[in-house]
Design a binder for this molecule. Sequence first.
Ligand code: NAD
Length: 355
Amino acid sequence: MASMRIGIVGLGTIGKAHWKVIRESSETTLVAISDPTPSALEFARAESVPAYADYREMLEKEKLDGVVVAVPNAQHVPVSLACIERGIPVLVEKPVADEVEAARGMCRAAEAQNVPVLVGHHRRHNTAVQRVRQAIRDGLIGRPVTATVMYNQLKTASYFDLDWRRQAGGGPILINLIHEIDLIRFLFGEIRSLQALSSNAVRGFPVEDTAAVLLQFHSGAIATISVSDTAVTPFSWDLASGEFDLMLGTSDRMKRQKVSSHVFAGTEGSVTLPTLQYYNYHGTVEPGWRSDLNAETLMAEGGDTYVRQIEHFARVIRREEAPLVSGLDGVRTLQATLAVKDAAASGRTIVLSEQ
Ligand SMILES: NC(=O)c1ccc[n+]([C@@H]2O[C@H](COP(=O)([O-])OP(=O)(O)OC[C@H]3O[C@@H](n4cnc5c(N)ncnc54)[C@H](O)[C@@H]3O)[C@@H](O)[C@H]2O)c1
């Protein structure tokens, strides 16, 4: 099977993670990169990878089957549109765009040109996440009742040296919570309404450092998410799952605590992530709090989430699979995440279907 010829636009933190997996996988070949910074250009040229300061020049000169768009949020739409106009499928990093209408326009252009768009909500490619989705679909937890999600960790002081990370939009709601919203939509379905509180009390920057969100799903299930970049805990997906290390290409550098950051509970049982514990009362005469709960561990195959994502992108390019995270999925996740900001600012309940 021919290897798909991939270009990367934006060779920063996540661009370099894509670089690594594109080169590792036999299904993809790294053809060229584009980034205006001299250090990125030098990095690529030192590895004999053609490098362009202007991505349009790369798109004109190189024969590409697909492009990974890993530039800052505000440029996701213009760069993706330039690819779509040329009929080139894109894997665009999350958030799909920095605002909903522009993202919708991009999806319309992609549909009109029949060009697939995959959004980089990479967690959907994680095998433990897929195992929990299958468990919920198979009825292991019964009717979904509630989800409890924690994304609480301490970011380093130097992380905030960059000014934009202290300003509105640079905080954990748009950077981190968006992954939780996408994951919870993937596992529990569409969100009907939400409420939120946010606080900047600890760091005192214009942007929030902590937030709490209440969600109600169309199914009637309810979820809570707490997110903070100033609380010292291991209870966050990035730390507990090991994906932070994967993203930085430093696998197993950091010691992982065996804790659950997510609990998905229903009328028949509950499952946890990333620990894959499954609690139930199977075999109990009268299920309930007076009996012992059974605790089992669900099994999932291994695999690097980012490799799985890029190999899925190769199959999307070959039109063998539909994108696991479509452009419209990205829009819905972005819409709900922006609604969290509105809900926190206004103190109102936001009903998503009315937006
Ligand atoms: N899926 C994930 O886990 C994940 C993780 C981190 C970042 N991201 C997303 O990836 C995107 C990039 O984030 P980052 O942390 O890598 O940022 P970054 O600042 O480290 O890298 C961005 C790169 O894009 C380059 N760039 C800017 N304008 C460009 C242009 N017009 N053409 C080509 N290159 C250009 C910059 O020079 C820089 O090297 C963001 O949208 C972010 O939300 C996703």
